[in-house]
Design a protein around this ligand. Structure first.
Ligand SMILES: Cc1ncc(COP(=O)(O)O)c(C=O)c1O
Length: 399
């Protein structure tokens, strides 16, 4: 007879709030051979700098040998490159303020844990990246949402009202450039106001910014952090989109005073970021390969975006409207009221086209008649057919 054991204890409280990401579920549905996926949030495989990065790793291992394979402090040349880059964007910071992370998601998680407990108030955009939802609502916060308009981004009057309400929020998150999933960017005036509001009301504000280097049109805008004199803005950058997701590397620009706490907290997760990857990425950036890569990548994304917008106009021109991103990876499409994108999805997948229903990003539900379309991971010649098929599915859904 097998010895009997007591049951495992119940899961910790945090697990009662945390839901599996809809995006991960979707990946299973759409990862079928032959599916043209407008659902991803990633760079195209053929645009990843495989050979160039191999050369960088090779150079690092030859030069640094075992140091590149050891535990170690943050790689100072990488911190210096990031600080220079942030200063070129108007952010006053020094290399020692660059806190290296394993991607922006880790930055979201770290800052959330620094300030927020279950039951506390937090503020996010009503439509936002699922990873933002995971570190707020998913951690049991009472989330107040603010609307985002398609021209100038998150509504600052609503942000002020959410900050002024009691209890005071202990965290807010905004996505400034080429919003995931909306594709819109916050106006410069609103960036300045967001920084002022965070300081006035004493709310830590996360500026979650993996997309600003992906601009292919228009003038770059200063980050919210550039207006942060009082030290309430936590800027998150990432190499996931500007170089490759598998680097799992990003950074936080944080006020100096919180760095010791952040360091201890991070140690409890995973100690530090890979010395090898930090060095490889520093090599890639310092040798000029990153600039070259971004030029190629953004030019390709622009071609893909143009193909998508042209196809939307041709096939959905009289029944939908959509955002016009100047960079990034996504277009947000609003269909007529009454159409349910979740119901359409299996029908589209049957015909080998995938997208993400916009409702997956809606913090308080609703938005059933919306879709997020990714243009970066499909070849431009595949886009017209994909949208023609999608238009058929939508027409059928509309009866
Ligand atoms: C707005 C936003 N924040 C954070 C992340 C996570 O990025 P990383 O790969 O750097 O963890 C993503 C990834 O898609 C994102 O879209």
């Amino acid at each position: 007879m097998k010895p009997s054991h007591p049951d495992l204890p119940p899961f910790g409280r945090e697990m009662t709030h945390l839901k599996r990401s809809v995006m991960r579920e979707l990946i299973k549905i759409i990862a079928r051979p032959g599916v043209v996926s407008l659902a991803g949030g990633l760079p195209a495989n053929e645009l990843l700098p495989v050979d160039e990065f191999r050369q960088c790793l090779d150079a690092v291992l030859r030069r640094d040998g075992p140091k590149a394979l050891q535990y170690g402090p943050p790689h100072r040349p990488l911190q210096t490159w990031i600080a220079d880059y942030m200063r070129s964007r108007g952010v006053a910071c020094e290399p020692d303020q660059v806190f290296i992370t394993n991607g922006a998601q880790q930055g979201l998680n770290l800052i959330s844990r620094l300030f927020l407990d279950a039951g506390d108030a937090a503020v996010t955009e009503a439509i936002t990246f699922t990873g933002v939802q995971q570190v707020t609502k998913g951690r049991g916060a009472r989330v107040r949402t603010i609307p985002t308009d398609f021209r100038a981004g998150a509504d600052m009057d609503a942000l002020e009202a959410a900050f002024a309400a009691e209890p005071r929020p202990r965290l807010a998150v905004l996505i400034p450039d080429f919003h995931n999933p909306l594709g819109v960017s916050l106006s410069v005036e609103r960036r300045e106001r967001a920084a002022q509001l965070a300081a006035t009301y004493g709310v830590p504000l996360i500026e979650d910014d993996p997309y600003s280097p992906l601009r292919f049109l228009g003038d770059p805008r200063p980050p919210i952090k550039a207006f942060d004199e009082a030290g309430f803005v936590f800027y998150l950058g990432s190499f996931s989109k500007m170089l490759a997701p598998a680097m799992r590397l990003g950074w936080i620009i944080a006020p100096r005073a919180v760095l010791p706490r952040l360091t201890v907290l991070r140690e409890s997760f995973d100690l530090e970021s890979s010395a090898l990857i930090q060095r490889g990425v520093a090599e890639f950036a310092l040798s000029g390969l990153l600039d070259e890569h971004l030029r190629r990548f953004n030019a390709a994304n622009r071609e893909r975006r143009d193909a998508l917008l042209a196809a939307l106009k041709e096939h959905l021109g009289d029944m939908a409207h959509w955002t016009q991103p100047e960079g990034g990876l996504f277009v947000w499409v609003t269909l007529p009221e009454g159409v349910d994108a979740w119901e359409m999805l299996p029908k589209a997948v049957e015909r080998n086209i995938a997208f993400v229903p916009g409702a997956a990003f809606a913090v308080e539900g609703g938005h059933a008649n919306t879709m997020r379309l990714n243009f970066s991971s499909v070849r431009p010649d595949q886009i017209p057919h994909a949208i023609a098929v999608l238009a058929e599915v939508i027409e059928e859904a509309m009866g």
